[in-house]
Design a protein around this ligand. Sequence first.
Ligand code: TMP
Length: 219
Amino acid sequence: MNRLPDGFLVAIEGLDGAGKTTLAQALVERLEKEGFLVLLTRQPGGTSFGEKIRRLLHDAEKRPVPLAEYLLFAADRAEHMETTVLPALREGKIVISDRMSDSSLAYQGYGSGVDKDFIGLVNAKALQGRKADLTIYVRLAPEAVQTRIGARGKEKTSFEREHGLFFARVAEGFDMLYREPRSNLCVLDAMLAPTVLAEQAYAALDALLHKQLHESRDR
Ligand code: TMP
């Protein structure tokens, strides 16, 4: 087993319908084959309390006011971090989170107008200062969101029923957040085939994991 002393936290971000969940599952399979201990989880959700918040938000006939909505995501995040993510990282696991704090900046900050500095402060508190070791942004054009969601044939969530302008603002938010290249950011084109997306994401992850494994051996 490959155990990382401080664990490794991966956040997968992007618009609804970008293919994050399929990508997360493919990464888990590959990492397990390579002998890593992995936890696949998500925000909102990932804890029994969080799954209730997820249902509350998804099933709402009408979305609550933006600040109330954000605070619910923040409550989910705080519970998720304390009870699920940090313990798994302490066990040396690779934690793959299907969405994390940047979703709040993009959806509630850029999309719905909640103060982004406030979101940044509360997010940092909820995450107890821990940041993602790698963020994978699966970039989808906002115009493609409704087609992708429609193709699933499932009942739409309160977010998925949003209009194109909202998704355009969220997309702009993600693009702003990820405009500067950095070593712990991997931007992928959602239009690529799922297998190619998984290959590219794994290559980025593999490089960082090996760097961390080497550093921990040298300590
Ligand atoms: P998903 O997990 O199926 O992508 O659904 C989660 C929905 O919640 C999605 O529409 C994005 C939204 N969301 C926010 O608006 N803010 C957040 O902080 C998070 C984590 C998700």
